[in-house]
Ligand binder design. Structure first.
Ligand SMILES: NC(=O)c1ccc[n+]([C@@H]2O[C@H](COP(=O)([O-])OP(=O)(O)OC[C@H]3O[C@@H](n4cnc5c(N)ncnc54)[C@H](O)[C@@H]3O)[C@@H](O)[C@H]2O)c1
Length: 321
């Protein structure tokens, strides 16, 4: 039986990952300082014998050393997400996403952790115009957040070369699904739209709605993490991979798809307007991943397209908001 650590365990992706790992019988330790996560995201795991939670901060090196002791695999999800948050407060974003990352990675290297699997980001593609995105072609970062995520990749690579620790970076593309926080100024687009429709408030699209994204249901992301843990081929290690579905959807199509699904539940939502406002500075027009590398080296095989993911997510928000 393997001991695994999930940082950011009370967050959106971390909590989904903890549940999947517990179901598969791993001994899971979740770590989170509850900066943007919620203990309630883990309530299903309360009292389960193969799950433990510790409230601790990755900015504290001693805490990192303590949580990695006896771990075989570390899934590092803790970070401050959101491009606008990083523009508003680049210093704290850097402390958590870079210094915190380094604390954890160094602790893993010192404790002979077998594999360090970490959440990288599609934001690393920055201003590169090429589509679909392939792992080897990146542009210049467009935000402090993107810098932190790129620095993570650089550290992982150097740590493998200098300390011998095996790492895998997963560049997530616009992840969505149950437990993604719809609250606050930095909510992601899908929960923000769902919440506005459910509250019968106008839905605002930044720009004309033709921008597109490769929206990725969280179960696909969980699968990618588990495949990264299981990968045996040495060539699959010390690499970064796109984790996406490999299809793009415009923001207008997204808003319409959410509205259609919610009208069935509340007919009044038909009258909620979809309005446009100024495009956000720094937003790339289009994002679409090539997932061939993850398919061939990690055996990644995403099962949920955006519409299947929306069906599940909207049902969850309907029952839980
Ligand atoms: N959601 C996406 O679309 C997306 C896309 C690309 C990359 N990512 C990355 O995936 C990871 C998980 O993101 P998410 O969407 O689940 O976000 P989230 O905010 O729901 O989860 C992040 C978790 O990290 C915790 N955390 C923050 N600072 C911490 C600290 N100092 N010490 C310990 N824990 C801390 C938060 O409390 C939260 O529970 C992040 O690394 C994020 O950058 C997410």
């Amino acid at each position: 039986m393997k001991n695994v650590l999930v940082t950011g365990a009370a967050g959106f992706i971390g909590s989904n990952l903890c549940k999947a790992l517990c179901l598969q019988g791993y001994q899971v330790l979740g770590m989170d300082n509850l900066a943007t996560g919620f203990e309630s995201n883990l309530s299903e795991l309360r009292g389960i014998s193969n799950f433990k939670f510790v409230n601790a901060d990755i900015r504290d090196l001693n805490s990192c050393k303590e949580v990695v002791a006896d771990q075989h695999i570390v899934f590092h999800q803790a970070a401050l997400g959101s491009v606008p948050r990083s523009v508003a407060d680049p210093v704290t974003t850097n402390e958590v996403n870079v210094s915190g990352f380094l604390n954890l990675l160094k602790s893993c290297a010192d404790n002979d952790v077998d594999r360090f699997i970490y959440a990288a980001s599609s934001s690393t593609y920055g201003d590169s115009p090429s589509l679909p995105k392939v792992e080897s072609v990146i542009g210049k970062p467009l935000s402090p957040y993107a810098i932190t995520k790129y620095v993570n990749e650089l550290y992982a690579d150097v740590f493998h070369k200098t300390y011998g620790i095996d790492t895998i970076g997963l560049r997530y593309f616009n992840v969505f699904g149950p437990y993604q926080d719809p609250g606050g100024a930095y909510a992601a687009v899908i929960p923000a739209f769902v919440k506005a429709f459910m509250n019968l408030e106008p839905v605002y699209i930044n720009g004309d709605g033709t921008y597109s994204r490769d929206f990725t249901f969280v179960d696909n992301v969980v699968q990618a993490n588990i495949r990264a843990m299981e990968a045996k081929n040495p060539q699959s290690l010390n690499q970064v991979y796109n984790v996406a579905f490999g299809q793009r959807t415009t923001i207008l199509e997204l808003a319409e798809a959410i509205k259609t699904r919610l009208i069935v539940k509340d007919a009044r939502i038909a009258d909620v307007p979809i309005l446009h406002r100024k495009a956000r500075a720094g937003d790339v027009p289009h994002s679409l991943a090539s997932i061939e590398k993850a398919r061939s080296l990690l055996n990644y095989d995403p099962k949920f397209d955006i519409l299947q993911g929306l069906d599940r997510s909207i049902q969850w928000y309907w029952e839980n908001l």
